[in-house]
Design a protein around this ligand. Structure first.
Ligand code: FMN
Length: 325
């Protein structure tokens, strides 16, 4: 079978399928199941700063913290804080040889570097910084938000003894510019993209409600666009997240330039066989097409390697709208 191994931010992965940070990876048992299903790496459930603060309650209102902290509070995450997370990192490392990536999400600035040092000391092979910021104050300029993210990454990366990867949302004026700045600040990898908590309205009770937590298979197109556009151009390795449901989608993202791809909703929907199935499907496709190594495919369709870069911007859009696609 074709060689599916990849390197991502200095880690050796047997294949590019990473089980994404979520409730799936919040326990030793979840980590074991992910590893047995064939995952190339595992990102543990995020440790949210809110978990570490005594005053957890007043999250509603004008907050800039990650809304997933609310999900945590609703029982999807952990019940305790830092020590429990360090214990999870250690347990995960004792369970499997598959690389373990810890995930941190802080709303303030001060705790990140210290937490990163602690989870690295506990044995995490890398750290994913979940830079999920949902700005609620219209007076905050975009540049101020981005400057803060860059400073955060710098403060963690300069102290962490393991590779750092930043997981960002898609809603920036120029994703590529932020990506370059985060890479310069020390982020060896970028996970594109974070999926934010979806909101809804319950008409009967006329109150706010949670929207769907899972993504659909169509969600990968957004990652695909930006990975193809940015591969080799921002100084960081790119990892896809969002809508990876099968091996064919993983291959598309690798062809666009992804070094690795994360899977989450597909596992919630189909169980861990989604991971095994995707790995098998990738291998079978490469074999059937005479490609010996997955790395031979990587980036073939990235903008950097294209002699028609206009295809990555407006041209397809114009063609689609004028019926010429
Ligand atoms: C139930 C659930 C919990 C999640 N928890 C986290 C988390 O703690 N930290 C994080 O960075 N992403 C979290 N995510 C986002 C996933 O890691 C992933 O980025 C997102 O779901 C998109 O990938 P998918 O389309 O494969 O689901 C969560 C997603 C779900 C569905």
């Amino acid at each position: 079978m074709a060689d599916l191994s990849v390197s991502f931010i200095g880690l050796k992965l047997r294949n590019p399928i990473i089980v994404a940070s979520s409730g799936l990876t919040s326990t030793k048992e979840g980590v074991r199941r992910a590893a047995e299903a064939g995952a190339g790496a595992i990102v543990l459930k995020s440790l949210f700063e809110e978990q570490l603060r005594a005053e957890i309650a007043p999250i509603a209102g004008e907050t800039e913290s990650h809304p997933e902290a609310e999900a945590f509070l609703a029982g999807m995450g952990f019940s305790e804080g830092e020590d429990e997370y360090v214990a999870l990192v250690k347990a995960a490392k004792a369970t499997t040889d598959v690389p373990i990536i810890a995930s941190l999400n802080c709303s303030g600035d001060s705790l990140w570097p210290e937490l990163a040092s602690r989870v690295a000391a506990a044995g995490a092979d890398a750290i994913e910084l979940n830079l999920g910021v949902v700005p609620m104050d219209p007076a905050t300029p975009a540049a101020a938000i981005e400057d803060r993210l860059v400073a955060l990454v710098e403060s963690v990366a300069s102290r962490a003894r393991v590779p750092v990867c930043s997981k960002i949302g898609a809603s920036y004026t120029n994703v590529g510019n932020l990506a370059s700045r985060l890479a310069k600040a020390g982020s060896r990898g970028l996970t594109l993209f974070n999926r934010f908590y979806r909101m809804d309205v319950d008409l009967e009770s006329m109150s706010l409600a949670a929207g769907p937590t899972r993504s659909s298979p169509e969600a990968y197109h957004e990652s695909l666009r930006w990975i193809a556009a940015l591969e080799g151009r921002v100084g960081a390795e790119l990892c896809a997240s969002g809508g990876v449901y099968d091996g064919a989608t993983a291959l598309r993202l690798v062809a666009a330039g992804a070094q690795a791809v994360q899977m989450c909703s597909a596992i919630y929907a189909r169980g861990y066989s989604a991971v095994t199935g995707a790995v098998d499907e990738m291998g079978a496709w490469l074999d059937a097409h005479g490609v010996a190594r997955l790395s031979d495919l990587r980036g073939r369709l990235a903008r950097r390697n294209s002699d028609a870069p206009e295809l990555y911007g407006r041209l397809h859009y114009v063609k689609a709208l004028t019926g010429q696609a």
